[in-house]
Design a binder for this molecule. Sequence first.
Ligand code: FAD
Length: 494
Amino acid sequence: MSQRDAVVIGSGIAGMAAAIRLAIQGFRVQVFERNAHPGGKLSLIEKDGFRFDAGPSLFTQPYHLTELFEMAGVPVDSYFRFQNVPLSCKYFFENGKRVHAWTNPEALDREMQEQLGERPGSVIRYLEESKRLYESIGTIFLNHSLHQLGTWLQRSVLNALKVVKWPYLMGTLDQWNRKAFQTDEAVQLFNRFATYNGSNPYQTPGMMSLIPHLELNEGTFYPQGGMISITNALYQLALQKGVEFHFNQPVERILYEKNAIQGVIVQGDTVRADVVVSNADVYFTYQHLLQETVKAKKIIKQERSCSGLIFYWGMNREFPDLHLHNIFFSDSYKEEFQNIFKLGTLHQDPTVYINITSKMEADQAPPGKENWFILVNAPSNQGQDWDVLRKELRARILQKLSRILNTDVEAAIETESFLDPILIESRTGSYMGSLYGTSSNSKMAAFLRHANYSSSYKGLYFCGGSVHPGGGIPLCFKSAKLVGDLVQKDFQKR
Ligand SMILES: Cc1cc2nc3c(=O)[nH]c(=O)nc-3n(C[C@H](O)[C@H](O)[C@H](O)COP(=O)(O)OP(=O)(O)OC[C@H]3O[C@@H](n4cnc5c(N)ncnc54)[C@H](O)[C@@H]3O)c2cc1C
């Protein structure tokens, strides 16, 4: 039998993971990428001796990456090393309270009792329930195609659905957390997990209480060399499996005939393929690559996840009070989300996230200095004046950090750059600059996210943060696995 051809549109992490899976299945795989480099949102900024991960900074579930190396028969150590980070985040509250979030339920339970006055055992019970939820319902929703009848007829799926409790679906994450904890700070800390898929804790269902399991039970990890090492490892493994990459070559159209995929058009030339996998945002895939405006319009009816305003500050000194991950909470969290999702603007007291990889590896910044990645959740781009919003936000961040850390933070900034929703869209092709595709703010969001295959065109598949099961590194890897499995099944039949 002659070798079959696959084209992957985009070299985000899901695109590269899908390319590796198809190459292992025996496809001849070509990846076409608009940018000059692989990785999409997971890329690197280097400036004046400082290294900054441009996008994601939190790494959980490393087995999604190591599994690809195992499947390919390549020792993972040759390309990728990572270490466990026992402190997932240091939290700063406006009332002066501070919490070290240990990735150990007993230690975190003690910490929340001592620092917040939380009831003994409440964290342990919460995380046990979070684990149970993830391992029963979560794995069904995340590891299966929700769009195929066969999924719902499996005995394991039917059994898992029996444990679905009413508040998981009908109540919000905030309501779920208020029942679990007695202090406002503990509720706020656990509400924050809604932002891991760009959602609003006051709208997203209680089901999202499964997210803390990934971080606080399973643990957080740091890739040696920073998050960019994930991109580099995938790229090297793909090359080793024979995948061909074409950079600076955007795909212009997806070709089909009688509803069967024929290939793509790149720079006016036709590239034939039996399988096309789009890692580009699903809205742009329909709007531009398939020119199906009706379908594209249906997709944009779903609310987008939040975006972000990001500052990359090279700091001329060290801040011993800070760790790898740090959160400075807003004092009015609910209003902050109302501003982001309802009013399309920023709150005057923003929640500020700071990631500093030089805390883990000194060579991420010049000696004695630190590389600060600062992220504030922002609305997706709806035409706001981002220059004005960014300048106002910068001043508020500096005021907040300087007050809480009791030092002049601005005086320590040596070098600076930024990212906003417009740049996120133009650099990574993410519609409206959203970080995680569509939001999970409705009960039906998981079912409305686009499937990993096309029901109209045989041979067309979708992976990445804008399709099932959603955004964030672990889910992007899962989408690539779903695509790999679907392709294998579809092509075994032929
Ligand atoms: C600032 C920020 C912070 C984040 N923080 C975290 C975090 O801490 N943890 C976490 O897990 N996740 C985080 N995320 C989300 C995470 O980065 C994404 O979910 C994930 O990287 C998306 O990967 P993807 O495979 O969907 O591809 P993307 O990264 O979206 O890449 C898609 C690629 O397709 C290319 N492309 C688009 N159209 C075409 C075309 N027509 N032809 C050719 N190529 C095309 C683009 O150039 C791009 O390279 C963050 C994201 C951002 C931006």
